[in-house]
Design a protein around this ligand. Structure first.
Ligand code: NG6
Ligand code: CA
Length: 504
């Protein structure tokens, strides 16, 4: 039978689409928790070796001036997924484990960009963006909205942090391995049920708290928040990374023939630091160093999986961290005693929680073997830019008036440009703005130093101005010397704030 012109056209179009689909690279975002600028050897760490991360950097681009959007987790994650600065939205600070979903499901997200472009997407690991509608999640029922309503086809997540209840894994809409006869109860206000707390029963703890973390004891570790029930669903802290990494490798294997997007949010290296026995004691730096090794191993497993399937050349891997490092974040785990001269923030001042660069400037590596030109890129970029950059890369449209803080930096990400972002906003207690080498931190009432985490927070009632090109450690406040500079940066920050609103 003679084929009609139309049917030939349809066949050709289908072939074309198949070709385009096949050509499209997979994208994996590996997002560490609290990994500092100086915590990996390719960023200068000498006391610890991270060979897999280094290998990624050697075959790709290592950014030296890339930033998380905030100096803590929830707001950084909000921004990387929505392309909007979290400080514009009320209630996007560090979320309790039973918070309602913080992202509006009508919103474009990084995952939706990939989904719309025909990718299969998954979120694996730490979520910490709330779950469920207004009343928060129903742990014993269908937990939604969550990642599946935000553009992820699959999800396998821990709801909040390692140190927050409930300490269970969610597979899609439900708690994995939950026994309906042993329902979960969670409260962040008062004790629920009769499970012992760290406060009342410190003798039951295998890891002592140095600050807080004295609510319900799970697996010998005091957590933030109270819970009971769900015994069969509770994760094992020491094998959790392995479990999540397995899930990630399975996802890659299952989707090897079609383009996929994986948001792999490792719970490492956040507290409580509970390395697998394979890594315990191996770094010589205590559990904090050991979980850096564990994170590196996890990266290696993902890379090896790609290699074994012949996918490495057609996969873009972006590796970064949600905020800067902290040494003592509330448990007595010898992190400080065993630092042995290691500098988690490298040359930067401050760390997690801080308005100094240690709070947000983080490792950021992009690898796409044979396509990106290997090397170091000093361009000023932000994680908030991933959404617009990948939208442009995949020719996807961003709806009007959404993801407005995200800039298209795809040329920088692929090593074709070293041009700085026009400006970059840093969010800690107050806001800071960087334009080229100048950084301004707006005056705020926060305390300059946090005694519990021993962090220089960078807060001051006076305006601060630093020349990052000459003073990367932000030692010398030049505000008095350059009042005009202060004025122009403060004005720009004010404009950015008022353009789409702010809520600090
Ligand atoms: C703090 C916790 C800290 C950590 C942080 C969130 C205490 C004393 N400190 O309130 O341990 O959980 O919140 O970290 O409870 S983040 O990386 O998820 O932002
Ligand atoms: Ca974090």
């Amino acid at each position: 039978m003679k084929k009609s012109y139309l049917s030939i056209l349809i066949t050709l179009t289908a072939l074309n689409t198949a070709f385009a689909q096949q050509k499209r690279p997979n994208v994996i975002v590996i997002y560490a928790d609290d990994l500092g600028y100086g915590d990996v050897s390719c960023y200068g760490a000498r006391k610890i070796k991270t060979p897999h991360i280094d290998q990624l950097a050697q075959g790709g681009i290592r950014f030296t001036n890339a930033h998380a959007s905030s100096a803590t987790c929830t707001p950084s994650r909000f921004s990387i997924l929505t392309g909007v600065y979290a400080w514009r939205k009320k209630g996007t600070g560090i979320a309790p484990g039973n918070a309602a979903l913080l992202i509006d499901t009508a919103q474009i997200t990084l995952a939706k960009v990939f989904q719309q472009a025909g990718y299969t997407s998954t979120a694996i690991g730490k979520w910490h963006l709330g779950l469920g509608g207004k009343g928060g999640p129903d742990w014993n029922g269908v937990i939604k909205p969550g990642p599946l309503e935000l553009g992820f086809d699959k999800s396998y997540i821990i709801p909040a942090t390692l140190d927050r209840v409930p300490t269970v894994i969610l597979d899609g809409h439900r708690v994995e391995n939950l026994d309906p006869n042993d329902p979960i109860t969670v409260s962040y206000h008062q004790k629920t049920g009769d499970w012992p707390t760290g406060k009342d029963h410190p003798e039951l703890l295998t890891m002592l708290s140095s600050n807080g973390h004295d609510n319900t004891i799970i697996n010998g570790i005091g957590r933030i928040g109270y819970m009971t029930g769900g015994k069969s669903a509770i994760w094992d802290d020491y094998t959790l990374t392995e479990k999540l990494t397995d899930k990630a490798t399975h996802f890659i294997i299952e989707n090897k023939d079609k383009p996929f997007f994986m948001y792999f949010a490792s719970p490492n290296i956040h507290v409580p630091r509970t390395p697998n026995k394979q890594f315990a004691g191996k770094s010589g730096m205590g559990p904090r160093g050991d979980v850096i090794l564990e994170f590196d191993w996890s990266v290696g497993r993902i890379m090896k999986t790609l290699d074994s399937l012949g996918l490495s050349k057609n996969t873009i891997v972006v590796l970064s961290s949600d905020n800067g490092p902290v040494v003592d974040d509330g448990y007595q785990d010898q992190a400080e005693e065993m630092l042995n001269g290691h500098k988690p923030a490298g040359p930067l001042r401050g760390g997690k929680y801080s308005a100094f660069d240690g709070g947000t400037r983080v490792p950021f590596i992009v690898s796409w073997p044979t396509i990106v030109k290997k090397g170091v890129n000093d361009a000023l970029i932000s994680q908030v830019d991933l959404l617009s950059s990948f939208s442009a890369f995949l020719s996807q449209k961003i709806p009007e008036n959404q993801a407005y803080d995200s800039f298209n930096m795809i040329n920088q990400l692929l090593g074709k440009s070293i041009v700085n972002r026009p400006y970059l906003v840093e969010d800690a207690n107050g806001l800071g703005i960087i334009i080229d080498n100048w950084k301004y931190i707006e005056p705020n009432n926060g305390s300059p130093y946090d005694r519990t985490t021993k962090t220089e927070l960078g807060n001051s009632k006076e305006p601060q101005l630093y020349d990052l090109s000459a003073d990367i450690h932000e030692n010398k406040n030049l505000a008095g010397q350059y009042p005009e500079k202060v004025k122009s940066l403060a004005l720009k920050l004010q404009q950015i704030k008022s353009e789409h609103g702010y809520h600090l």
